[in-house]
Design a protein. Structure first.
Length: 272
């Protein structure tokens, strides 16, 4: 089955990054993390931001999320410039750590955003129950985070964001701390959920296999300072099987091509 996404030209731009720059002061000197980074993400695209450690992947994501102020360049979401410190409507963020409230149960954590939004209790219960079922957490609604595995905690964290129905989803290496088998399981969960909502996703990862499994495009950043080195189209059919996909020759061919380019940046990073 072919990829069902229409051509980019027919889609509206949801995230537009132009000439983005960010530097930090470290021990009295300026360290440039991101320099002249530019790319666009269109409606319904799942885009992975890939690169070696320290190349500014999370910095870019946090600038889009308005958590960090750029030193230069522009970020627009749905055509409007983002303002640091002012959240953008319909944008959700999934952090590296699950950041669950330890004093709230699974259902309490997932429903938190709905409580803040003033959603009536009856509707909130229905939506939380559905989210728990979609995440494969049936039977765990009244468990506390301390009683859950790492993968289950990440499912709760993901559903806590998705239940607010964001149109744009920012994800910062949410599965990086999980073991290989749990990570593959989370890939399957995320792919299933994404097929239902087709949110526009910007996903930060250092794992090439993860990027190939999930994304429509892979934007490869150079070693620090991060610049866009290459933009790869991932034309694997959807829906995808997170395990079976890795056994295909198409996966192996694209992995090899991107790995070579990524390896050049690893080497540059070691020499800095």
């Amino acid at each position: 089955m072919p990829n069902t996404h229409p051509p980019e030209a027919s889609l509206r731009c949801r995230i537009d990054i132009a000439g983005l720059r960010k530097s930090f002061l470290a021990e009295g000197r300026e360290v440039v993390a991101v320099d002249d980074a530019s790319f666009r993400i269109h409606d319904g695209e799942f885009v992975a931001l890939l690169g070696p450690s320290g190349c500014g992947k999370s910095t870019i994501l946090n600038m889009v999320a308005t958590l960090i102020t750029p030193n230069g360049g522009a970020i627009r979401v749905d055509g409007e410039p983002v303002v640091p410190g002012r959240p953008v409507r319909h944008v959700g963020y999934v952090f590296q750590k699950d950041t669950l409230f330890p004093w709230r149960t699974v259902e309490g954590n997932i429903g938190y955003a709905l409580e803040l939004a003033g959603v009536p209790a009856g509707e909130r219960r229905t939506r939380v129950d559905e989210a728990i079922h979609l995440a494969g957490l049936d039977g765990f609604a009244r468990f506390y985070p301390s009683s859950l595995s790492g993968g289950m905690r990440q499912r709760v964290s993901l559903m806590r964001t998705l239940i607010a129905q964001p149109e744009i989803l920012l994800m910062d290496e949410p599965f990086g701390a999980l073991d290989t088998h749990t990570k593959l399981d989370m890939h399957s969960v995320l792919l299933d959920l994404w097929e239902r909502g087709r949110q526009t996703v910007l996903f930060v990862t250092h794992d090439l296999g993860e990027a190939l499994t999930l994304a429509d495009r892979i934007i490869l950043l150079s070693a620090r300072p991060g610049r866009v080195k290459q933009d790869f189209k991932v034309d694997f059919a959807r829906p995808r099987d997170a395990v079976a996909l890795r056994e295909t020759p198409q996966y192996a061919e694209l992995f090899s091509r991107i790995w070579h380019s990524l390896g050049e940046e690893f080497a540059k990073g070691r020499s800095v």
